[in-house]
Design a protein. Structure first.
Length: 353
């Protein structure tokens, strides 16, 4: 017999857990499944969130590592642009797990170590942590299963613009209170970062592939690490190499056929900065709300309201960022000239289309 649930959430990262919590609070029967045995592991994130989001989270803040006052952007010619941007550096593993616990407190069931095997009409086939297979027949499916979302494939709405990233951890030579972003000709269509986390820092970069400007990720990261060491910012041997994919998508419809996409699965990541936690949490709540309403009011047409709401809130800024990304990539040979109009740290970025 299939397990009973109104809403199946696939993926228990920030987007999935936020959707599950919101839907459960509204009275829907929610099952959230996560293929990882430990939620949030491994961490594939620079781990910064703005203060505004922190204020909207009713969570134990044990995941907060340190405060950040702003961002320094290092331009190719050596100029440094400073922008105040209050936020916090977090332990992403702890953050994800706190959101999952909140989903459980709200009434959702969360299963880890559970893989989706496939789908036939309304039936979804899964394999649990005990290696036993089972089925569910949800009325609504929420895909929060990352940049290579299986739910997106079911819908024919896959991400088409993905940027690979690499990150390591390194020991800081002195405390830092600002994040640092570096642009260089070798880091095509992306940037490198140094984000402090107490005595250590996340050091990473993302490079668009498929161009004459593209460079190998690992070798480029090694050169960036050497630069930071030579400048006296980090010391010792970096550790904890992780890799991941960052969506850089135009805004698109992500509802249809009793399914919704959210977070990286929906391409809701900022196409220029790569930031996605804010959109994951807030759009997750929207997805959970509209899924629950559709169930409780027996009207699946309400799922279309999710697209309307999240695009009203985020569509303009994400479309602007996608346009700026195209400008940045096509004008890479003039990086120093066009960067002020293509990077969020400059007022020129917000002028014009």
């Amino acid at each position: 017999m299939p397990r009973e649930c109104d809403i199946l959430v696939i993926g228990a990262g920030p987007a999935g857990s936020s959707a599950a919590a919101e839907a459960a609070k509204r009275g829907a029967r929610v099952l959230a499944v996560e293929r990882k045995s430990i939620i949030g592991v491994p961490v594939r994130c620079a781990e910064y969130i703005p203060t505004q989001l922190l204020g909207q989270l009713d969570l134990d803040r044990a995941f907060v590592v340190q405060s950040v006052g702003g961002m320094k952007t290092f331009l190719p010619g050596g100029t440094v642009k400073e922008v105040k941007a209050p936020g916090v550096m977090i332990n992403r593993e702890g953050f994800d797990q706190a959101l999952a616990r909140n989903a459980v407190r709200s009434g959702a069931e969360v299963m880890t170590g559970t893989r989706v095997l496939g789908r036939r009409q309304r039936t979804v086939f899964l394999r649990g942590p005990d290696r036993k297979s089972f089925t569910v027949e949800p009325k609504v499916i929420i895909g929060a299963d990352g940049p290579f979302s299986l739910v997106a494939k079911w819908m024919g709405r896959e991400n088409r613009h993905l940027i690979p990233g690499l990150q390591v951890k390194a020991v800081l030579t002195r405390p830092m209170e600002w994040t640092e972003v570096y642009f260089h000709a070798d880091i095509y269509g992306g940037y490198a970062w140094l984000f402090p986390k107490g005595p250590e820092a996340n050091v990473g970069l993302g490079i668009r592939q498929g161009s004459k400007w593209s460079r190998p990720l690992k070798a480029t990261l090694e050169r960036f690490v050497r630069r930071l060491a030579e400048e006296g910012k980090i010391k010792g041997v970096p550790h904890g190499l992780t890799a991941g994919w960052i969506p850089a998508e135009p805004v698109r419809k992500v509802s249809g056929d009793a399914m919704l996409l959210v977070g990286d699965a929906a391409g809701q990541t900022h196409p220029i900065t790569g930031a996605g936690i804010v959109q994951a949490v807030l759009c997750g709540r929207m997805a959970g709300k509209w899924a629950a309403r559709a169930i409780l009011e027996s009207d699946l047409r309400l799922l279309r309201e999710y697209d309307r709401e999240w695009q009203d809130d985020f569509g303009e800024q994400l479309n602007r960022a996608f346009y700026k990304r195209r400008k940045l990539e096509t004008g890479w040979d003039r990086l120093g000239e066009i960067l002020p109009s293509c990077w969020v740290g400059f007022k020129e970025y917000y002028a014009g289309p």
